[in-house]
Design a protein around this ligand. Sequence first.
Ligand code: SF4
Length: 206
Amino acid sequence: MAVYAILEPIWPDGGPQLEYRTPFELLVAVVLSAQCTDEQVNRATPALFAAFPDARSLAAAPLRTVEDLVRSTGFYHNKARNIIMLSGIIMERFGGEVPGTIEELVSLPGVGRKTANLVASACFGLPGIVVDTHVLRTARRLGLAPTDDPGRSERMIAEAVPREHWTGFSYALNRHGKFTCTARKPACMACCLSSLCPSAGSFDGN
Ligand code: SF4
């Protein structure tokens, strides 16, 4: 695929930018990253995981304490409730271990397909297309997945990209969207994909 052939050498070692030591920490960090930058989450999680390092401890944690620890990530009422609830479900249904399939992961509160794909690919080696805001926007502008619906975008990318490249492709597209094809001011003039992109130059300032 032409887009990946160009991006892959530029972003060869894609992976989560969230800091984590275990699948549980990554799962919680991704839930906290909704509507928040990875950098902000990385500033909040050391104290959270120092206090509650696993599903057992977080399932029993006082809501108010967890809210205080994740307050800086925004939407902290819902996020605190979700990570306590999902910890309880991991204890009850999965023996304290983060489950390894997409179907099981999306059954947890606050876990959608983006989170499930990210955890399954980073921790369990499954191919996963992680459609975050950068991937959604960049795939749309490139005409690869002309939609604002993350689920449709994931399916379109899955059809266009060989399965063994799903994970690497979505990380490469994420980095391209984060640093070049930015939301407000895409750098079309300097973009390595401009000759392939139907949106090239169609933004103010380009
Ligand atoms: S040419 Fe512009 S719109 Fe297309 S991918 Fe590059 S930065 Fe984004």
